[in-house]
Design a protein around this ligand. Structure first.
Ligand SMILES: N[C@@H](CCC(=O)N[C@@H](CS)C(=O)NCC(=O)O)C(=O)O
Length: 204
């Protein structure tokens, strides 16, 4: 299994999940659109995004929630997704919200307002709107954790989606973490395998 990543990008959530699962995997640095290396990466993943997971049968999986669900399902002994329908859909609901809304609609507006409007005069307003969406997501997670260790009763794939968003706040200072989210981030970051995996991204 090979994870295509970009250092510090949302792929750190899948990288952390793979590290937590603890089975052997490889990592390969992808390329950003607009760089000379991108053409080669686009031949691997036509969407040109990370994370992408190349499975041992040669097929590629894309989209964070789907990769996370796949990893949870093929490692059932880790209990990363509930087996009852209600439990499962609630974890997927949260994972989807964190990736599709909080990241893609919120954080991306803050970092890349140009993707939402060609008019530079509107960038400040787009960024402000993005920050509102991003912070609302962190606040929702804060209320949901509410003193537990995880978003749900046990650690699930949703925690790894939240982790990368929290990590962006810690590293880039965008938004702010309440005490429950800060402790949640630190709980995962203090796992040696996870920290080593993420730190290795800047070395590879
Ligand atoms: N819908 C995708 C979005 C992934 C995404 O936007 N990835 C960003 C990094 S956080 C990316 O690959 N950016 C590189 C680029 O746009 O060139 C998913 O859920 O995996």
């Amino acid at each position: 299994m090979k994870l295509y990543f970009l250092p510090g990008a949302c792929s750190i959530g899948i990288h952390a999940l793979l590290a937590e699962i603890g089975k052997p995997f490889e990592i390969k640095k992808a390329a950003r659109s607009g760089t000379p290396e991108f053409e080669a990466y686009a031949r691997v993943n036509a969407k040109g995004k990370v994370p992408a997971l190349l499975r041992d049968d040669g097929s590629l999986l894309t989209e964070f929630p789907v990769i996370a669900l796949y990893l949870a399902r093929v490692n059932p002994e880790r209990g990363l997704i509930p087996t009852d329908i209600e439990g499962e859909i609630r974890v997927l609901e949260m994972t989807e919200y964190l990736v599709s809304t909080v990241h893609m609609q919120g954080y991306t507006r803050v970092r890349r307002p140009d993707k939402f409007t060609p008019n530079e005069a509107d960038h400040a307003a787009v960024k402000a709107q993005g920050l509102e969406i991003f912070q609302a997501g962190l606040d929702r997670a804060e209320r949901q954790i509410n003193g537990k260790d995880w978003l749900f009763e046990e650690m699930t794939i949703a925690d790894f989606a939240l982790f990368y968003l929290e990590h962006w706040t810690v590293v880039n200072g965008i938004g702010s973490l309440g005490p429950h989210c800060q402790a949640h981030h630190d709980r995962l970051w203090s796992k040696v395998a996870i920290r080593r995996a993420i730190e290795s991204e800047t070395l590879s």
